[in-house]
Design a protein around this ligand. Sequence first.
Ligand SMILES: [Zn+2]
Length: 184
Amino acid sequence: MLDFYYSTMRGGKSTALLQRRHNLLSIGKRVLVLTSALDDRFEVGKVTSRMGPQCDAQVFHRETVFAMSAAFVNIDEVMIDEAQFLTSDQVQQIHQNLCAGQDLRVSCFGLRSTFQGRPFEGAAWLLALADALHEISTLCGCGSKATLNQRVDGSGMPVRQGPELEIGGDTRYRPVCPKCFYEA
Ligand SMILES: [Zn+2]
């Protein structure tokens, strides 16, 4: 079974992952947590929540191949943070080799779109292939539901151009509704 939990930046997806992990561990399940090597906001190989708790994670790279291996033996659920950074091939490998092939449950947590409102490759494939989609909802500053990620500069002004991935962390992003996104 493949699940995709999606939210905006600062929308609570890492908190949701940590909460689910805590829940699984409390009922005796064995969990493997993975996160992207691209996410170095805190420290490579950690899932961290603004709420405080954190856990160690193994990292995946763009070259990681998701096939049945020793890493997945005796695991009840694989949890993948920053899943928007998976490639299309990796999402297909997870879907075919781990979920369908080995009956593993894989829960992916990530963003849907870039700061320019374009789909992340991993998110597009997860939206297409996941057995279940779970929205983690958050609010725009205007009170409407936030569905997009706005990048802002050091003085809080919206930025529309630049590389997809910016080092500097999530203080440079703000969850916004479509109206506020396009007005900026
Ligand atoms: Zn708004």
